[in-house]
Ligand binder design. Structure first.
Ligand SMILES: Cc1cc2nc3c(=O)[nH]c(=O)nc-3n(C[C@H](O)[C@H](O)[C@H](O)COP(=O)(O)OP(=O)(O)OC[C@H]3O[C@@H](n4cnc5c(N)ncnc54)[C@H](O)[C@@H]3O)c2cc1C
Length: 448
């Protein structure tokens, strides 16, 4: 058995890797266990949204993404014809950044390793024992890994979640989506998506000369999850959009479903969940990875403080209280989008047109959707709001420099002084022109 003080993270996906780096900023002993010997050569996600870029910027990390990512002013909501316009966002990053998830993972892995995390590949967690009040053991076929805390960042089919006995309630799949990352010799213009009485299809340029073809084909629902052939994808494209776009040379072809679930709790004793292990949903709007990275940023500093005895365990309960409602919100808006993507009846198409037209005439509708998808509207108002907390408490700070993950002071509005949490939200604020910051820090209950 190795180490008993630190944290074991199961899963070296983007969330596990980012969490490992966050914990290392506070010098927590971190081991990441990953069943795969190497990262698969596919990219699931491509969309990186404004709040995630703000958080990465706080750690001095945004530059590498901004340098080679593609800035898109708009993104679809449920394949509606009129796209959500992000250019008016109140953020230093008023766009969606197209950046392949496999490269994000490589960057986060390099960072975790550089900060001193241990990443053990080819090791699958198969058992979990919460032995006593102070420790927990992750069991793998060849060795046991002891830790003070275990985080399941092992994806939607999370073994840790199952072993910890945490329920994963939600809705079963209502349809299957096809997906092909392929070469397209005759692609449609960027931003192409169509929903008609034959099905739904989007075609989006990807890095490496590929295009992502994805959507809903009513005639492929019997096939279920899994394999899809090039001929089947060509046939689907021709039938739904009237052209096969010269598709060839697939890099990744699959069918996945629309099941939507949020873990009943994010913590059971010394076991916590983050990322897809805590929430799964249809990848509409390109938000799952963003949601998970924000989980990691929220959890990292809290788990570091509790595991090092710098804060009471109750601080960890705020992780679920703050993050779970946003996962439920994402579950709702992705389900709303799947309803729109599969709205291929005459009534459904009429609803789509109505909503698309309203997006054009109601700026507030566009603004709300842009803020929702980008997670700019995420806030953590204190449960005791109204009992004296400053109104800015729990609100987001768009830009704060915290490369070492320590809280900082900032002036979110002229005349207001705030202490900003390591994850970029106002912790405490005052309009007093000469505040006693030492007293305020001491009252927060976490020593840094
Ligand atoms: C088609 C598609 C498109 C998407 N597009 C976007 C997008 O544009 N933007 C966006 O934000 N999100 C998108 N997503 C969602 C995004 O890919 C996921 O939310 C993200 O991968 C979740 O990261 P994670 O680290 O939580 O889990 P995962 O990426 O699933 O990583 C979990 C890791 O745990 C490992 N593991 C599992 N079980 C064990 C075990 N027992 N022991 C050891 N290791 C284990 C796995 O091998 C894996 O490496 C998309 C998803 C799909 C399918």
């Amino acid at each position: 058995m190795t180490g008993i003080d630190g944290v074991v993270i199961v899963g070296a996906g983007p969330v596990g890797l980012f969490l490992a780096a966050e914990l290392r900023l506070a010098d927590v002993d971190v081991t990441v266990l990953e069943r795969r010997t190497e990262r698969p050569p596919i990219t699931k996600g491509v969309a990186m949204h404004a709040r995630t870029l703000e958080l990465l910027a706080m750690r001095g990390l945004a530059g590498i993404f901004l340098h080679s990512g593609v800035r898109l002013p708009g993104w679809h909501f449920g394949f509606l014809e009129r796209r959500v316009d992000f250019t008016g966002l109140d953020s230093p990053y008023p766009f969606v950044l197209s950046f392949p998830q496999d490269r994000t993972e490589a960057i986060l892995e390099d960072r975790a390793l550089a900060l001193g995390a241990r990443i053990v590949r080819g090791v699958q967690a198969v058992g979990l024992e919460q032995t006593d009040d102070d420790s927990v053991r992750v069991i793998t076929p060849d060795a046991d890994f002891g830790a003070a805390w275990v985080v399941g960042a092992d994806g939607a089919a999370s073994t840790v979640r199952r072993l910890a006995g945490i329920d994963f309630p939600g809705t079963e799949a209502t349809f299957y989506s096809y997906l092909g990352d392929v070469v397209a010799d005759a692609p449609p213009p960027p931003g192409f998506n169509v929903v008609n009485d034959r099905g739904a299809m989007m075609v989006a340029p990807m890095p490496g000369g590929l295009h992502r073809i994805a959507g809903y084909d009513p005639e492929r629902q019997q096939a279920g999850r899994g394999a899809l052939t090039m001929d089947e994808l060509r046939e689907t494209a021709a039938r739904i959009s009237g052209a096969d776009f010269g598709l060839r040379d697939p890099k990744w072809m699959t069918q996945f479903d629309s099941a939507t679930r949020v873990a009943a709790t994010y913590r059971s004793g010394r076991v916590l969940l983050a990322g897809d292990a805590a929430h799964m949903h249809f990848p509409a709007g390109g938000v799952g990875l963003n949601l998970g990275l924000q989980d990691a940023m929220n959890l990292g500093w809290k788990l570091a403080a509790v595991s090092q005895g710098r804060a009471a365990e109750s601080l960890l309960d705020t992780y679920e209280a703050e993050r779970r409602p946003w996962a439920e919100d994402v579950a709702r808006h992705t389900m709303a989008q799947t309803a729109l993507i599969t709205a291929t009846t005459a009534e459904g198409l009429a609803l789509r047109k109505l909503l698309s037209d309203l997006m054009g005439t109601l700026p507030e509708m566009n603004r709300t959707l842009a803020r929702r998808l980008s997670a700019i509207d995420v806030a953590y108002p204190p449960p005791n709001a109204g009992t004296g907390a400053h109104p800015l408490t729990g609100t987001r700070v768009p830009a704060a420099d915290m490369p070492d993950g320590r809280p900082t002071t900032a002036e979110p509005t002229p005349g207001t002084t705030a202490i900003v949490r390591p994850d970029g939200y106002v912790w405490w604020a005052t309009d007093d022109p000469s505040p006693d910051l030492n007293a305020a820090r001491a009252a927060l209950g976490v020593a840094f």
